[in-house]
Design a protein around this ligand. Structure first.
Ligand code: GAR
Length: 232
């Protein structure tokens, strides 16, 4: 997948979504793409898990699906080669990882350089990897969050497109925090895809520049400062 296909049938960016499980971020992308003015369309949903809920969501939306089961392929390289072949055949110009729980080979990542994005449920580079929410609560940090970033060979590393900060409340469990973060993921992932599809996103070294985007106006403080004397 080098360069955009020259015979584009649609001006909307063709995206493929890779998902291993529940697929709630896929659903957010499906819902976004349903809007007539959204500049992207999903051409393929690919899963490594037969029966994943993400596949059902895609089928219900009339989107082509594929399963490439890593358990039936001999090696990581064979799995990635099979995925690459299927993605190239789909005509996808951008590949979105949405809860895709397989580590990708450097060769695969290189083949989709700056055309492969991921969503992760933390404010990267903090808390890469699994069990993010448990670790955030245990560490006592005041903000959790989520990040959409370009994929590099290292896990949960790469130029950051957008982030959202989500406060951690007293008494949060991993489940209550995850629910709040997931809801926020559903807002930022379609937004990131929209910016890319509008051709407003440039990777400059380790950073991403988004043409015409403005930074968040407010500083968030958690816990909220209490006015002097209010605890009396
Ligand atoms: C999401 O929270 C996503 O950020 C996370 O998996 C979840 C998938 O949920 N991804 C990672 O942890 C990748 N490092 P979903 O299947 O409902 O979209």
């Amino acid at each position: 997948m080098s360069g955009k296909p020259s015979n584009k049938a649609s001006p909307r960016l063709a995206i493929a979504v890779l998902a291993s499980g529940r697929g709630s971020n896929l659903q957010a992308l499906i819902d976004a793409c349903a809007a007539p003015d959204f500049p992207a369309r999903i051409v393929l949903v690919l899963s490594n898990v037969p029966g994943a809920q993400a596949l059902t969501r895609a089928e219900q939306a009339g989107i082509a699906t594929a399963v490439i089961n890593h358990k039936t392929l001999g090696s990581r390289e064979a799995f990635d080669a099979a995925m690459r072949e299927r993605l190239e055949a789909s005509g996808a110009e951008l590949v979105c990882l949405a809860g895709f729980m397989r580590i990708l080979t450097p060769g695969f990542v290189a083949a989709f350089h700056d055309r492969l994005i991921n969503i992760h449920p933390s404010l990267l580079p903090a808390f890469p990897g699994l069990h993010t929410h448990e670790r955030e609560i245990a560490a006592g940090v005041r903000f959790a969050g989520c990040t959409v970033h370009y994929v590099r060979p290292e896990v949960d590393v790469g130029p950051i497109i957008t982030q959202a900060a989500v406060p951690i409340h007293v008494g949060d469990t991993a489940e209550t925090l995850a629910a709040r973060v997931t809801e926020t993921e559903h807002r930022i992932y379609p937004q990131a895809v929209r910016w890319i599809a509008e051709d407003r996103v440039r990777v400059e070294g380790a950073k991403v520049v988004i043409d015409g985007a403005t930074s968040a106006p407010a500083i968030a403080i958690n816990p909220e400062p209490t006015p002097r004397g209010s605890a009396d």
